[in-house]
Design a protein around this ligand. Structure first.
Ligand code: URP
Ligand code: ZN
Ligand code: ZN
Length: 490
């Protein structure tokens, strides 16, 4: 595999007044952003990047030799579910364990979810989630607000959510009838209210009512095993909902963001809309890029480990997703980290897939992944020549920051940006396993896979929080990010 060689020097910044002991100097690393690739030193001070130059002569700083490493902007994962509730089930990662796992994977910011109960105000939804997350989070964070019920009183709160609280993205479900699903009118009304003010609706796009018919038919025929989760969620019903969501946004004249896109037929609608110049955006996830529906043939209940929504697709779908990533029809790779243990022990039945032993329809939907995003995408994307390094950074840090209103504070390496940095060894091999990951989940979808590339050190606002296998951060150090406009990336 060929890669561009870093130029000797791309940027030089003058430094002055360096005195405090809160300084950190990272020397000799290969700095990669969405557009740059060069070797230089970086000075971190007071949580920010203070200076970047070919050589910085600072004597009173803690030094970290990054030679041989890539220096990347801290990853931003815009789709995680920590402590999310799904009927009787609860995600097995708390905000503490989930954000520690994220950090070990090179992610320094997450955008998680605040779930509105029906009848609840948006403000209460946000306040309750903040109270739960704030004492626990180990990295910086924000929420998308999940809206399940949008009477006029809730709609009237949304301008304040955007302008005062810095919540500028609102997730709505076209799937999961009677639980999370909202109708088209609710989606359209919400789009109209938020889209004019710098807000954006994120859609889980699957045709929920038709999928419900397929589920009921399968169960009537006695099909209860996990693979029927996949067989009852066809690609066409993802494509139908993506198309519908785009048309609603087009009518409302606002941007729209499709989460966890998996099907080529759905991608076709994204491509067509973007070709028409519409502000239509989408993410995909590592599991759709690296796994396929053959996992559902695993014996017994094992396939439940791969029950997420949308399900894994046929192997040949992957090439379409890679093409989408290369040509910017897909802008972001997020994990949709939504972990449930496979076994009931040690955390208990409600944290586990075992809730669905008798029926695939009761298996909590979701799979883990927050710790593996960078390494999987580096190993399987960059090293295979499907993505170049700059695009890798763009997909995992820069586009997420721009899409959801936290750029340039986050998502790049530049003077004045937060000192969120990952030292990544591009040659170090590792074998992925649940036994070495930091999430509380008890399995890995990538168990035993050997990959090349490893996160060596992670700095979050200048603080070294991961050093090899050592955790140096602490619960509660993460800051809530009040975000600017979403969906303004062009
Ligand atoms: O299976 C999944 N994706 N679970 C999380 C909830 C969602 O739909 O994003
Ligand atoms: Zn979803
Ligand atoms: Zn999700």
């Amino acid at each position: 595999m060929r890669q561009a060689q870093p130029p000797d020097l791309v940027r030089m910044y003058r430094i002055s007044g360096l005195s405090s002991m809160t300084k950190t100097l990272i020397t000799g690393g290969r700095i990669v952003t969405a557009v740059d690739d060069y070797v230089a030193d970086i000075l971190l001070e007071n949580g920010r990047i203070e200076a970047i130059a070919r050589q910085l002569n600072v004597t009173d700083a803690e030094r970290h030799d990054a030679s041989g490493c890539l220096v990347l902007p801290g990853g931003i994962d815009v789709h995680t579910h920590m402590e999310g509730v799904q009927g009787p089930a609860v995600n097995c990662d708390s905000y503490e364990t989930g954000t520690i796992a994220a950090a070990f994977g090179g992610t320094t910011t997450i955008i998680d979810f605040a779930y509105q109960n029906r009848g609840e105000s948006a403000k209460k939804t946000l306040d309750d989630r903040l109270a739960l997350a704030t004492p626990q989070v180990a990295i910086d964070f924000s929420f998308h607000l999940i809206l399940t019920d949008v009477p006029p009183a809730v709609l009237s709160e949304l301008p304040d959510m955007i302008e005062r609280e810095g919540i500028t993205s609102f997730k709505m479900f076209m799937a999961y009838p009677d639980i999370l699903m909202v109708d088209d009118a609710s989606i359209y009304r919400t789009m109209r209210v938020v889209g004019d003010r710098g807000g954006m609706v994120n859609l889980h796009a699957e045709n929920g009512p038709v999928i419900q018919v397929l589920i009921e038919e399968a169960l009537e025929q006695g099909h209860t095993s996990p693979k029927y989760h996949s067989l009852t969620r066809p690609r066409l019903m993802e494509a139908e909902a993506v198309h519908r969501g785009i048309r609603l946004a087009e009518l409302a004249e606002v941007p729209v963001y499709i989460v966890h896109l998996s099907a080529p037929e759905a991608l076709e609608s994204i491509v067509a809309a973007r070709d028409r110049g519409l502000p239509v955006f989408a993410e995909t996830c590592p599991h759709y890029l690296f796994l396929d529906d053959s996992e559902y043939e695993r014996p017994g209940f094992e396939a439940a480990k791969f029950v997420m929504t949308p399900p894994l697709r046929a192997h040949d779908c992957q090439q379409h997703l890679w093409r989408g990533l290369r040509f910017d029809d897909l802008q972001i790779v997020a994990t949709d980290h939504c972990p449930f243990c496979f076994n009931e022990q040690p955390l208990g039945l409600r944290y586990s897939k075992q809730l669905g032993r008798e029926s695939f329809a009761q298996i909590p939907n979701g799979a883990p992944g927050v710790e593996l995003r960078l390494v999987l995408l580096y190993d399987g994307g960059v090293r295979t020549g499907k993505l170049n390094l700059n695009r890798f950074v763009q997909l995992t840090a820069t586009a997420p920051a721009k899409m959801f209103g936290i750029f340039p504070r986050k998502g790049t390496i530049a003077v004045g940006s937060d000192a969120d940095l990952v030292l990544f060894d591009p040659e170090r091999k590792q074998r992925l396993s649940a036994s070495t990951q930091h999430s509380r989940v008890d399995y890995s979808m990538f168990e035993g896979r050997e990959v090349t590339g490893k996160v060596m050190k992670v700095f979050a606002r200048g603080e070294l929080i991961v050093d090899g296998d050592r955790w140096l951060g602490r619960a509660g150090r993460g800051e809530f990010l009040q975000r600017g406009a979403s969906g303004q990336i062009l």
